[in-house]
Design a protein around this ligand. Sequence first.
Ligand SMILES: Nc1nc2c(ncn2[C@@H]2O[C@H](COP(=O)(O)OP(=O)(O)O)[C@@H](O)[C@H]2O)c(=O)[nH]1
Ligand SMILES: [Mg+2]
Length: 298
Amino acid sequence: MRPHQGTAAHRHDSTGAPRISVVIPTYNEARNLPHVFALLPEDLHEVIVVDGRSVDDTVAVARSLRPDVVVVQQNRRGKGNAMACGFAAVTGDVVVMLDADGSADPREIPAYVGALTSGADFAKGTRFAPGGGSADITRLRAWGNRWLNRVVNVLYGTSYSDLCYGYNAFWARCLPVLALDAADTGRDRKQWGDGFEIETIINTRVAKGGLRIAEVPSFEFPRLHGQSNLNTWRDGFRVLRALLVERVNGAGGTLPPGTRAGVPPVVRSRRATAPRRTSGDDVPALPRAGAVPVEDVA
Ligand SMILES: Nc1nc2c(ncn2[C@@H]2O[C@H](COP(=O)(O)OP(=O)(O)O)[C@@H](O)[C@H]2O)c(=O)[nH]1
Ligand SMILES: [Mg+2]
């Protein structure tokens, strides 16, 4: 695995544009990769595929489509562990999280990067804002997401409109805030954050870390081939548990000093009140985190 070099104040390539690293978790996505790779923008710094021991030829297909692809083998199990391993390999300035099943449209990457260069630290995709939508989400999942979304906004003082969505981007210098553990424990067992709760953990830690959050409308297409690895009830409860645990566990970091983007913040919190405290003094006070009104970042 390549060493992580992305925590310094963000750098840019010779054109002044940020170097974009796209991190793609894959578990048996050989049939979907041709579609996804074909839609990637041309000017990417790197494409990192994090494979979860696929039993199809995902890795070979990725290499044949894109000889410069960086392939990382995850060291435990689950999408969360894949993301942690992929982030640890990033060498660019901006990290884009992109699913490999054809549901996330790579042509939206410039909109995410635009939100970041406009001053956000974290660009959060949302299917539930004007300009966004989904052809993939089931009614049950949409209902669950709506409730979980309410919970996160009450507990963390956020203004999220789509908690359970995995298409996001952020400056690589924000990785210490996520404090994800990519260490190889030598054991296959899942640990906290290794599963689909990863998206919730990221969303709550960026809020706890006081990052400037912008929402970016996104359209989710149906998975092209194969089946979702997510189990609606089991993973829904994992998300709820993550919301409660992360509220009190003090996990997550802060931005290293001197790594702010150096541009005026664009985030205007829609919440005037401080987030509610849920338990005793061991809970760190949370800074307010809000979302940029959609029209400001679209
Ligand atoms: N490396 C790796 N990727 C995974 C794992 N589970 C899911 N993924 C990938 O994560 C993305 C989202 O997974 P998906 O099954 O479509 O879940 P859903 O979009 O939430 O229904 C896809 O690109 C999957 O291939 C895993 O355990 N390891
Ligand atoms: Mg999917």
